[in-house]
Design a protein around this ligand. Sequence first.
Ligand SMILES: [Zn+2]
Length: 722
Amino acid sequence: MILDRRNFLKTTSVVAGACALAEPSVFATAGGPGYESWFNRPMRWAQLTLVENDPGRFDPDFWLSYFKQIHADGATLSAGGVVAYYPTLVPLHHRSDWLGNSDPFGYLLNGCRKMKMSVIARTDPHAARQDVYDAHPDWIAVTARGEKRRHWANRELWVTCALGPYNFEFMTRVHKEIMERYQPDGIFSNRWAGHGICYCEHCTKNFREYSGLSLPESNDRLDPAYRKYLEWSTKQLKELWVLWDDVIRKEKKGSRFIPNGFPDKVITGKLSDIVFTDHQARSGVTMPWSNGKVAKELRASIGMKPLGGIFSVGVEEPYRWKDSVQGEAEIRVWVAEGTANGMRPWFTKFSGVIYDRRWLSIVDKIYQAHYRVESYLRNIEPIARVGVVFPEHSPNYGGEAWQRNEGDHVLGIYHALIEDRMPFEMVNDQLLDTEHLKPFKLLILPNIAVLSAEQCDQLRNFVERGGSIVATFETSLYDETGRRRNDFGISDLFGISFDNGMEGPMQNSYLRLKNDPATNRFHPVLKGLEDAYRIINAIYRVKVTPLSSFPGPVTLIPTYPDLPMEDVYPRVPETDIRELYLRETGKGRIAYFPGDIDRSFWQIMSADHGKLLRNTIRWALNEEPIVEVDGPGIIDVTVWRQEHSMTVHLVNLTNPMMMKGPFREFIPVGAQVNIKVPQGTKAKEVHLLLSELKPAYEIREDRIIVSVPAITDHEIIGIDLE
Ligand SMILES: [Zn+2]
């Protein structure tokens, strides 16, 4: 049967709300009067993903008592999709071969309910069996070569098409049945959004109707057809989200569809009441702060809606040892980064039968501490004066040699801020309006190359209100279509003009660091570099022309031969070409680096680049940071406000395994922490919430100086306010 999706939408009763697609306000009633919204209540989540042969073999009561012991107040339980763990009546919905007369989903759900936990049913629609293929071959995903797609990990299964009737029709029936029978608080779908481009008859036809184009041959994001495809598939997924959400809410007001991931964070923020991130652990050279970065980027986009951080207790590597267990230090640091950045922990465990039990006590320890200090984790807002802008979309940028690895610009800034212990937040480039920028004194634009005229105006307004900017490389040189402008979109803010050229990769080039000849003093951006004379340059530089006079603390020493060694001497020892443009604009300060110093820092990790970046950021901030941390080691610092308190989270990332996991052991560090108390409040008492040690502290006007004797993995300074 070939199903025309538009007819399906028209003729199916469950999509009554789908006409409101373009109106996110369709969700405005969520959490409104009429029912008690549950979204904000659960603080600690447990996910048990059953495997098909669990029924009859695993002990559900063990799990229920474990949930109780660790004070989990939310659970996500396997219900249906590729395998049904309840006696489903939906045709082709495969009951576990081990199910017999049992209903493990219902049993666990009822047990959780008795403990007053919120319960979300988990479905996984991405794979199907041969009987589904035989009955509806058009539900199966198709490869670019026109072949039905076998499941890559289990050859007995088929990959389903996410954007066709399998999801829109079949999974809608499954979700409706789960809601009718069990009334969970939500349905969470894993792998619901497809696995690459599907070339099935529905996708081919629907994409052509939408765009007039054939499906793109590959996922090259510079291919206009692929960009159109992304637009179309995002729209389809949004329709599917709204459809399932509507079905779910018809059965139970206040219950929601919760997708595991969606391609657009701004839309996610508009459509959701609760969001979970699926960033389970590190692999390879993933930074230990990566979980915090994901949390910050989502918060920038969804505001203070509850954010759950799914973490794995196992090894997350390409070989997918799903039954493995990591060491304690690695699990704890990963979760600490999430908690410090406002995520609520959600452990996920596959298989109801446990092989390696070591993780149970580790998660227990984490959750017990979380439960004990819960009131200090109910954050109202983050407190940070520095915002790092990140691009929400990957538009038509990145085709030139100097534009490769564009994500490294943000990573370099992120790491420089971590090394500086500077509290900061991420800022979504689609949300630069006054309201979103209000908390910030300084915005950092790490090669935010693509900016519309409107976004440029928003940045101008920010500076007019007294804001400061640090920007690098091609920031604002391209419009929102990816077309290069004749000049920077915010050339007026930078005080420079584009000189129509790019230099690099530069071999053996340097930055000359100079004092001011008039005063003989070094500019604050050179603090700690006074005796360097020169440091290594970045790898690429944009050619620019200043529009007025600038101080010259950092100037270019052009490339000179690096071989033969006899030839290695600067041909031009000195220029007056600035590689850092510093201006003051009323209350704000602007610093622009024509070089890709942030990306170079990430790639080379030169300590000198780190210093220059940190000094420049502090100069532009032009106020004392809200928290200063003195002492050895690498510490991620985040600051939050709660109703009656504020907290400073210190996550200790000091570790010889920091650059490549997993952490083997904790290396405790002590710190002296100087904290600014929010205006209009007074500190009553100071706690070290996780170690429960009595801190020595001293109050000096609006600041508190706290001695933290030892941070193991995570310490939270809690300050009661009045
Ligand atoms: Zn398809």
